[in-house]
Design a protein around this ligand. Sequence first.
Ligand code: ZN
Length: 199
Amino acid sequence: MESRIKQRVVIPTRYGDVEFCTFSNLSSNTEDFALIFNHADSEVCPKVRVHSECITGDLFASKKCDCGDQLNEALELFSSTSGVIFYLRQEGRGIGLYNKIHAYQLQVEGMDTYEANQALNFDHDSRSYIAAVEMLNALGMHKIKLYTNNPDKVNQLHNHNINVVDICKTGCYLKPENIAYLQAKVVKTNHKLSIGEVI
Ligand SMILES: [Zn+2]
């Protein structure tokens, strides 16, 4: 069954008025949602960030990753201009919070983020962006400008008929605590991060 918009409601936030949008029939079976800033869904080619949940980073500003920084960058840019954030509830690259915490423990013991996931019998990245495609279709958005460093995200959207006309790199949020994590993203999954320029 096709995904459709379920509810839309404007909520006042520290980023101004943000329209929260829920959907029916998402194949993810999780409560994914869209945050729409300044009616961006009615634009010809809106700015979009597809963001996967990271409770430690998004909510508690963990320094072990760059998720919270990337989310905040989109919140600030889109609230001052326009755009849509699709928030996908696939915590810990799809393995869930408890497993992510377990993987962090393995990293304390010397593994990198990908090796730790494999040691727990997960793929290094279990994320799917199909729910984002379903939400984009429900909102009638087929042509977008995507804010990401992740080539797999671009490919998955492309393969499902979303026309990504422009790819904007997000910032490189390097910290002593996340250098190893960011380097692993560049080396193992070809993320477009200019770590060398920053160091
Ligand atoms: Zn994170």
